[in-house]
Ligand binder design. Structure first.
Ligand SMILES: Nc1ncnc2c1ncn2[C@@H]1O[C@H](COP(=O)(O)OP(=O)(O)OP(=O)(O)O)[C@@H](O)[C@H]1O
Ligand SMILES: [Mg+2]
Length: 252
């Protein structure tokens, strides 16, 4: 008789959506006024999706990104990340789930100028408590994925903008996160370099990574598979990219 061993993965709750927001509000108090920066957001994102969150300046994108990235908590409503409700977490618990689950890609790369490329890429692994030899191995592997392994001992200011963004993507990938969260990833780049970065994100999506990309730029949003449009803190469109382009009469 054979024994059947059921393996239950405690870390990844694969049957749930990766991201689930239910009646999520973020309200800022400005003097006597209340600003509904997120106004009743309901959103589900599954593993393996490539979603663009698009909206004009002031529409609430950064606010939403901070909540998705577990950098901030909703004023009310629920945010469930990888099966865990973040609304009741302490700051330490939020930092922990953030370090384990999310790789961040920022508009301005946020590389530390006095650290080498490898040290920059290793940084999230250091925070996650990975030991030195393993950090180095994973850091080099990650730099290899973005084609910059040979430059590991150089410094950020010795690279072009596009290369620096690739290093920041390597840093985001190093911890093997469940979600890549990109905030205006091409905002600081010229159009050709932007195309390279976007095609690299598409490649990562094709390899199975889940990507949420925040942008104000419709042309960039059209590169994703699904578009969520926000306006005055509310979702006004959520669907397939082609449908989005047709509805808002956008062409690329
Ligand atoms: N800390 C804060 N205190 C008060 N109001 C805030 C705060 N952060 C954001 N807001 C307000 O919330 C709304 C949404 O801001 P948010 O930064 O999320 O917009 P955004 O879509 O990221 O804009 P941009 O494209 O310019 O970055 C705006 O009206 C903004 O003024
Ligand atoms: Mg913003």
């Amino acid at each position: 008789m054979a024994w059947v061993v059921l393996q239950v993965d405690q870390e990844d709750n694969m049957s749930n959506p990766l991201i689930e927001m239910k009646n999520e509000y973020k309200i800022y108090i400005m003097g006597t006024e209340q600003v509904y920066a997120n106004d009743n957001i309901n959103l589900k994102i599954d593993r393996g999706e490539f979603v663009a969150i698009v909206g004009k300046s002031g529409s609430g994108k950064s606010t939403l990104m901070n909540i998705i990235g577990a950098l901030d908590k909703p004023t009310s409503g629920k945010y469930i990340l990888n099966g865990k409700d973040t609304s009741l977490m302490t700051d330490d618990e939020l930092a922990d789930i953030r370090n384990k689950t999310i790789g961040f890609i920022f508009q301005q790369y946020n590389l530390l100028p006095k650290l080498t490329l490898l040290e920059n890429v290793e940084l999230p692994l250091l925070y996650a408590g990975v030991k030195a030899s393993e950090r180095r191995r994973r850091g080099l592997e990650s730099l290899g994925r973005v084609g910059l392994k040979e430059k590991y001992s150089q410094y950020p200011n010795q690279l072009s903008g596009g290369q620096q963004q690739r290093v920041s993507i390597a840093r985001a990938l190093a911890g093997n996160p469940s979600l890549l969260l990109a905030d205006e990833p091409t905002g600081a780049l010229d159009s050709k370099t932007s195309k390279d970065v976007i095609s690299f994100l598409k490649q990562l999506h094709n390899e199975g990574n889940t990507i949420v990309m925040i942008t104000h730029d419709n042309a960039i949003a059209l590169e994703a598979k699904r578009v969520v449009r926000i306006h005055d803190g509310k979702i006004i469109f959520d669907g397939d990219t082609k449908e989005y382009a047709a509805k808002f009469q956008i062409s690329n």
